[in-house]
Write a protein that binds this ligand. Structure first.
Ligand code: COA
Length: 188
């Protein structure tokens, strides 16, 4: 398995309707645990598939990272945060330190169940990732996505949370489909 699995969402967001907005209080009903459980795997893979934004090959990579974590435990470089509502996973994030760098971390995945998006859960997960990175002595987080217009919502999410576009690699994924690299300095 290669060390680094930068991932991107992969399809046009089909969600035309704007869901009922969740208040901060509602978002507080979601809990986040810094632990991946074996029973999470099928649920999180189903969640990813239902976003309609990831290719089969990307889902296979997600499964691989989850198995790596479960097999190797804390020795794994892939760290998971799982958001739960009423005891059911509704989102997750996967992040880890970039080897041979000084406090640089990658955010490999962040995804929220389509039925629970735009309610602050992604924000909660991202903040928890940042807290974990800080606690680990990390100072900068990188995250990658596609430059295609369909990925506008994902890019808006990162921008909204202080991530700046650090680089753009034209035609990275395919002709006309570039890679946008965002990063955020966490400060000291
Ligand atoms: C990106 C994602 C994780 C955001 O999670 P979320 O719980 O829906 O995000 P939040 O409710 O915390 O949104 C926070 C802010 O991000 C921006 N944002 C999120 N979704 C957006 C959308 N569809 N359109 C425009 N802006 C959006 C907004 O600024 C939003 O703040 P607001 O609701 O006050 O306007 C989620 O939409 C998702 O899982 N998308 C599919 C998977 C994906 O693309 N993952 C990233 C690549 S691995």
């Amino acid at each position: 398995m290669s060390r680094k699995h930068p991932l991107r969402s992969d399809a046009t967001p089909a969600r035309g309707r704007r869901q009922a907005r969740r208040t901060t209080e509602h978002a507080g009903a979601v809990t986040v645990r810094p632990e991946l459980l074996p029973e999470d795997i099928p649920l999180l893979l189903d969640l990813l598939a239902r976003t309609g934004r990831f290719r089969e090959a990307e889902l296979a990579v997600a499964a691989e990272l989850m198995r790596d974590r479960l097999t190797r435990g804390p020795a794994s470089d892939y760290r998971f945060l799982v958001a739960e509502a009423a005891g059911t996973p509704v989102g997750f994030a996967c992040h880890g330190p970039i080897p041979a760098t000084d406090g640089r971390h990658d955010l490999y995945w962040i995804a929220v169940d389509p039925r629970h998006q735009r309610r602050g859960i992604g924000t909660t997960l991202l903040r928890r990732v940042e807290e974990a990175v800080r606690a680990d002595g990390g100072r900068r987080i990188y995250v990658e996505t596609s430059t295609q217009p369909a990925y506008g919502p994902t890019r808006a999410f990162y921008r909204r949370h202080g991530y700046r576009r650090a680089a753009t690699l034209a035609d990275f994924y395919a002709e006309g489909d570039g890679k946008a690299i965002y990063c955020r300095d966490l400060g000291t």
